[in-house]
Design a protein around this ligand. Structure first.
Ligand code: MRU
Length: 362
C-alpha cells in the first residue's frame, strides 16, 4: 500500500513503533529496547489494536532473548517475559497467539536470537499479507452496494480503529475501504469517536485523512439516527477475539451498533484476520475476558487546546466514579457475515470451519 508501517526494525536490531497516544497531534516514534519497553507499550496503549499488540509482544520476546544473552541471565528471565507479556492486556487473542507462536519457534531451535528475530519479523510480514487479503475479499461487498446505488457514495460506519494503526499495514476494516478507493469507488466513512480513548477521532480520522478518504466524525450515539434515515449502507467493525460460533468481542459500543443495524436491516460485517479467531471457546458472552481499565480514562478527555497544548480535562465532578469496560461482545446472530483473509463467511460454526478446516483438526 505504502512504505508506512506501525512497527519496524532498526539497523541496530531493535524495534520502533508509533506512539499512538500522541496521535493525531504529534507523530512520535518510540524505540523498544527491552521486553519491559514492549510490555509497557502494550499496557499503556502506545500500541493497540489486536494484530499490532500481537506483533509487539512477539518482538518483546525477541528483546527478552537478547537481554538474556547479552546480560547472561537465567532462562527463567525468558519465562518471566512470556508471562508478563501474556498479562499485558486480556481481550485481544492475537497477543496469546503471537506468544504461542514464539514459544513454539523457540522450543524447536538452538539459536534463540536468530529464531526469535526471524519469527517476530515473519509475524509482521504475515499480518501485512493477511490484511491485504481481507481487503481483496471485502472489496466486492462495497462494490456491490456502489453498483446498486449507481456509483453514488457508499456510506460505511465504523467503530474504534481497526485500521492500519491497529495492525501493521492496510488494517482490517480499512483494507476493503482503501482498496475500494484505489479502484475509484466513491466511499464515505462515518467514524464513531469511540469514547473513552477516542480511537475513532484520534486514529481512524488520522489515517483516513492521510489516505484521503472522505469521512465524517460522529459521537458514539449518532449511528442509530443515521441508520434510521438511510445514511448508512453498511457497518464494518474489527474484532479483538471471535469465537468458533462467531461471537465477536470488539471495542465497547460495538454491540449497540449491531443492534441498531439489525433493526434497520443494514448489513453488519466484522473484518478479521485468522489470528483473531479463538477456536478454543464458543460462547463469547461467557468466555471472553473483558478488560476493565482505569476510570480516569472516562473521567478525563485528552485533546489539543486553542493554545496548541495537549491537555487532559476533567469532564465530571471531582468525586464522580466511572466504569471503564474496554470491550463488549456482539452475538453472532447480529453479525451479517465475517470478512477474513480466506474469504467471506457466515458468522457461525459451520461457516468458520469451512474456511478454516485446520482448526477442526486440532
Ligand atoms: O483498545 P484497543 O484500541 O486495542 O481496541 C482495538 C479494537 O477494538 C479494534 O477494533 C480491534 O483490535 C481490531 S484492530 C484491527
Amino acid at each position: 500500500m505504502s512504505n508506512f508501517r506501525t512497527i519496524w526494525t532498526t539497523e541496530d536490531q531493535y524495534v520502533e513503533v508509533i506512539d499512538q497516544t500522541k496521535l493525531p497531534h504529534e507523530l512520535v516514534v518510540v524505540k523498544l529496547e527491552t521486553y519491559d519497553d514492549a510490555e509497557e507499550a502494550i499496557k499503556e496503549m502506545i500500541v493497540r489494536g489486536a494484530p499490532l499488540i500481537g506483533a509487539t509482544a512477539a518482538f518483546g520476546i525477541y528483546l527478552a532473548v537478547r537481554e538474556m544473552i547479552e546480560e547472561e541471565l537465567e532462562p527463567s528471565f525468558l519465562d518471566k517475559a512470556f508471562s508478563d507479556l501474556r498479562a499485558s492486556r486480556p481481550t485481544a487473542v492475537n497477543l496469546f497467539w503471537a506468544l504461542d507462536r514464539m514459544r513454539e519457534a523457540l522450543d524447536n531451535t538452538d539459536d534463540f536470537l536468530k529464531t526469535s528475530w526471524e519469527t517476530a519479523k515473519q509475524i509482521v510480514e504475515d499480518d501485512v499479507e493477511t490484511c491485504r487479503m481481507i481487503g481483496v475479499h471485502g472489496l466486492p461487498l462495497i462494490e456491490e452496494i456502489s453498483k446498486r446505488k449507481n456509483g453514488e457514495k457508499v456510506n460505511i460506519l465504523t467503530h474504534c480503529n481497526a485500521g492500519m494503526l491497529g495492525c501493521v499495514e492496510w488494517g482490517t476494516v480499512t483494507s476493503p475501504i482503501y482498496q475500494a478507493v484505489q479502484k475509484g469507488i466513491s466511499v464515505h466513512v462515518w467514524v464513531d469517536e469511540t469514547r473513552p480513548r477516542n480511537q475513532g477521532s484520534n486514529l481512524t480520522c488520522y489515517e483516513l485523512t492521510k489516505h484521503e478518504v472522505d469521512h465524517t466524525l460522529i459521537v458514539d450515539n449518532t449511528g442509530g439516527h443515521l441508520m434510521q434515515h438511510g445514511m448508512v449502507d453498511m457497518v464494518i467493525v474489527g474484532t479483538d477475539r471471535t469465537t468458533r460460533q462467531g461471537d465477536v468481542a470488539n471495542k465497547i459500543g460495538t454491540y449497540l451498533k449491531a443492534l441498531a443495524a439489525k433493526d434497520n436491516q443494514i448489513p453488519f460485517y466484522v473484518a478479521l484476520p485468522s489470528t483473531t479467531l479463538d477456536m478454543s471457546i464458543r460462547d463469547g458472552l461467557k468466555e471472553i475476558p473483558i478488560e476493565e481499565r482505569n476510570q480516569d480514562e472516562v473521567r478525563y478527555v485528552i485533546g489539543k487546546s486553542a493554545a496548541g497544548k495537549i491537555e487532559s480535562v476533567l469532564i465530571c465532578p471531582e468525586t464522580t466514579k466511572a466504569a471503564n469496560y474496554g470491550f463488549d461482545v456482539t452475538p453472532a446472530r447480529l453479525v451479517t457475515k465475517i470478512i477474513t483473509d480466506r474469504g467471506v463467511c457466515e458468522a457461525n460454526e459451520e461457516g468458520i470451519a469451512k474456511l478454516f478446516p485446520e482448526f477442526e483438526e486440532k
